[in-house]
Design a protein around this ligand. Structure first.
Ligand SMILES: C[S@@+](CC[C@H](N)C(=O)[O-])C[C@H]1O[C@@H](n2cnc3c(N)ncnc32)[C@H](O)[C@@H]1O
Length: 281
């Protein structure tokens, strides 16, 4: 079949489900992953053919997209802060908002000498690995409760030549952190069940609920627990950084103030939502 004809069919089948720009983006990614081609190659080779075997592979992708499987899980790969990271159903797909949190930490810590950093709830390892790559003076540790996520994170650190020490721990039952840290960062689960209706099917049906959801009656439990643990484990003037639920900026700030943190600052993400918070001990 001609690639041009397949493309028309691919886009037609996806545009009732996704907007046309997104469908076009899926085509481009599939083209790159399955054929090693860029969009310009399609223009330059108007008569290019797909063999039956190639069509079968493209159809697998198309059918998965039709049931809203995220393209990052289809190809097992996501991009974060210039890195290519392996992802699977045990790891959240890293988000652009989280890149902004990483950017904040890098800017504030680039000029410091040797520092220890801890990432709590590391998932794919995205935050820890991006920090290790961009802050060469930092020694980076990362915790997750999920062994499956930690396996992915470890592979990602290795593939990206980043030195990160991973530890399996349930932060909710941990009584102390293993070391003193200059920076503690976390993007913990923060989506309330009552916000589930705002979550798209591709997230709800495929991304790990362990990484996303908290109970409506105590949505900030991770923040409270980490604030308490960090009181004992941050160095003087050490800083805590969190990604936060956009609707709970005020409540999250109040927790940090209650636990005697100073200079509590809420920052917005690129969409204008309250999305991250920093505070000094
Ligand atoms: C919102 S995801 C963040 C993943 C990654 N840091 C990112 O920014 O994409 C939260 C992570 O916390 C982990 N997690 C959930 N409960 C935990 C617990 N009790 N102790 C430690 N980690 C936990 C999940 O496995 C998940 O990887």
């Amino acid at each position: 079949m001609k690639l041009k004809v397949y493309k028309t069919n691919f886009l037609e089948q996806l545009t009732p489900l996704y907007d046309s720009m997104e469908a076009e983006r899926f085509f481009t990614i599939t083209l790159e992953k399955l054929k090693g081609w860029q969009r310009v190659d399609v223009v330059m080779n108007p008569d290019a053919e797909l063999t039956d075997a190639e069509v079968a592979k493209w159809d697998v992708v198309l059918n998965a997209l039709k049931i809203y499987k995220p393209i990052q899980y289809i190809f097992g790969m996501a991009h974060f802060y210039g890195l290519e990271l392996k992802v699977n159903e045990n790891t959240l797909i890293p988000r652009p908002e989280t890149e902004e949190l990483v950017e904040w930490i890098i800017k504030e810590n680039a000029d410091k000498g040797k520092i220890n950093i801890l990432d709590i709830g590391t998932g794919s390892g995205c935050i820890a690995i991006a920090l290790a790559k961009n802050l060469p003076n930092a020694t980076v540790y990362a915790i997750d409760v999920s062994d499956e996520a930690l396996m992915v994170a470890q592979d990602n650190a290795k593939a990206n030549d980043a030195d990160v020490t991973f530890l399996q721990k349930d932060i909710l039952i941990t009584e102390e952190l293993p070391l003193q840290f200059d920076v503690i960062v976390s993007n913990p689960p923060y989506v309330r069940n009552l916000e589930k209706h705002e979550i798209k099917n591709n997230v709800l049906d495929y991304e790990p609920h362990l990484a996303l959801f908290v109970e409506d009656n105590d949505p900030l439990l991770f923040y409270r627990k980490i604030a308490v643990l960090a009181q004992k484990s941050l160095t003087p003037n050490g800083k805590l950084y969190f990604e936060i639920n956009q609707y709970l900026g005020k409540e999250t700030s109040e927790i940090l103030q209650e636990y005697q943190y100073k200079d509590v600052e809420v920052r917005k993400d690129l969409y204008g939502n309250n999305r991250m918070i920093g505070a000094i001990l």
